[in-house]
Each structure stands twice: as structure tokens, then as C-alpha cells.
Design a binder for this molecule. Structure first.
Ligand SMILES: O=C(O)C(=O)C[C@H](O)[C@H](O)COP(=O)(O)O
Length: 212
């Protein structure tokens, strides 16, 4: 699916939590300037649909919705213009609703049973969340043995410091995280730090995959 290809190319999925939808455009600009053409805007705040709307028309940035935990939120995310849906867990009705909308869905799956459920729903890409708690890189490596066809997007506790331990795995297609988009980085309205941390993350991610 083309949408997931963009994620694979970016190697990174910034997990964005916005309180003010007015921050969406400057944050999107900062990510693009930093070389990350993807943003996962989480439904943890009420600002999510408006923030997604503000970014949806762009052709330099792929915007998706994160923390989507109900079919109704899938509808709202897609209405707002989300091009992909990310969920912390695996709920078949959430997956099916996204599929009905023909929108890419990356559900959370960390156990063999959850991965098998994802496969049974026609998916081959899952979010491994919270990655640091559910066994980190060694768990993803071990799951790769029975599930060689599954691609993982570890998220939760991924940082500039441990990015290499995840992205160096062949079954990890991208890493998700908030370290380059933390609200504290742009609380004063200056998004420079987002761009700088994004640039550093992109450079590190490319190097890791080249050497993997
Ligand atoms: O709620 C969801 O659906 C999420 O996407 C959770 C986020 O992925 C993580 O909270 C990001 O984790 P950190 O990078 O450790 O901040």
C-alpha cells in the first residue's frame, strides 16, 4: 500500500499530541523541514480532528491519526482527512472500519495471538507498543521467527539513544516516537528544535538502515 511505503521511506513516525490545532501547520512545516514527511496526530486531545484537517491537504506531508480506539474515531479521523490510522491495540471492528474506508491501518500487536489476529484481518504491518515494556528489540527479533512476513513499527520508549537497536532489525520498517515532537519543544512557539531533532533522527535512521 502506497501510504505505508511513505512510512517505510521516512523510517520514522512522529507521534504528535497537540492541545491547540493552530500548532498543526507550523509543526508540520518543522517536520518537513527536518526531513520527516509523516505525522501521526493522536486522538488523545480534542484538537486532533482539527489538527488533522489543517494538515490533510498537503502533498509534502502524510498525516494520519493515532490513539484511535473505536470505530467511531476511525470515522472522525477519516472525515478529517487522515490517510492512515494507528491504534495502540488490536480491535477487529477498528481494523474493519478502516478497511471499509480503504484507509491504511496499523494496529498495536505484541503477542503471537494478536499478531495472528492481525494476519487474519489481512494485515502484515503492526505497531509494537509499548515497545520498551513488551520486550523491546529482542521480542521483535524473536517474533520474526514464526512471523517472518510481519513488519513491525515499534513505538513507546523509542528514542535517539536506542533507535539503532530497533531499526537495525530487518523486520522493523519504521520507528514511532514523540522525542522529536514533544510539546515542551515548541511551547514558546518556536519549532526550530523539532526540525533539528528531526534532522538528527533522519540522519541516524538512514545510517542505521544502510549498515543493517
Ligand atoms: O497512544 C497511542 O496510540 C500511541 O501512539 C502512544 C505513543 O506511540 C507513545 O506514547 C509514544 O511513546 P513515546 O515516544 O515513548 O512518547
Amino acid at each position: 500500500m502506497a501510504v505505508l511505503d511513505t512510512m517505510v521511506e521516512a523510517l520514522l513516525v512522529p507521534v504528535v499530541v497537540l492541545e491547540d490545532p493552530a500548532d498543526a501547520v507550523p509543526l508540520g512545516d518543522a517536520l518537513v523541514a527536518g526531513g520527516i514527511p509523516v505525522a501521526e496526530v493522536t486522538f488523545r486531545t480534542a484538537a486532533a480532528p482539527d489538527a488533522i484537517k489543517a494538515l490533510a491537504g498537503r502533498d509534502d506531508l502524510l498525516v494520519g491519526a493515532g490513539t484511535v480506539i473505536s470505530a467511531e474515531q476511525v470515522d472522525r479521523a477519516v472525515d478529517a482527512g487522515a490517510r492512515f490510522i494507528v491504534s495502540p491495540g488490536l480491535l477487529p471492528e477498528v481494523v474493519r472500519r478502516a478497511q471499509e474506508h480503504d484507509v491504511a491501518i496499523v494496529p498495536g500487536a505484541v503477542t503471537p495471538s494478536e499478531i495472528m489476529t492481525a494476519l487474519s484481518l489481512g494485515l502484515d504491518t503492526v505497531k509494537f507498543f509499548p515497545a520498551n515494556v513488551y520486550g523491546g528489540p529482542s521480542a521483535i527479533k524473536a517474533l520474526g521467527a514464526p512471523f517472518g512476513q510481519v513488519r513491525f513499527v515499534p513505538t513507546g520508549g523509542v528514542s535517539a539513544e536506542n533507535l539503532d537497536t530497533y531499526l537495525s532489525l530487518p523486520n522493523v520498517i519504521a520507528a514511532g516516537g514523540s522525542w522529536m515532537v514533544k510539546p515542551s519543544l515548541f511551547a514558546d512557539g518556536d519549532f526550530t528544535a523539532v526540525t533539528e531533532l528531526s534532522k538528527a533522527a533522519v540522519a541516524a535512521a538512514r545510517k542505521i538502515k544502510e549498515n543493517a
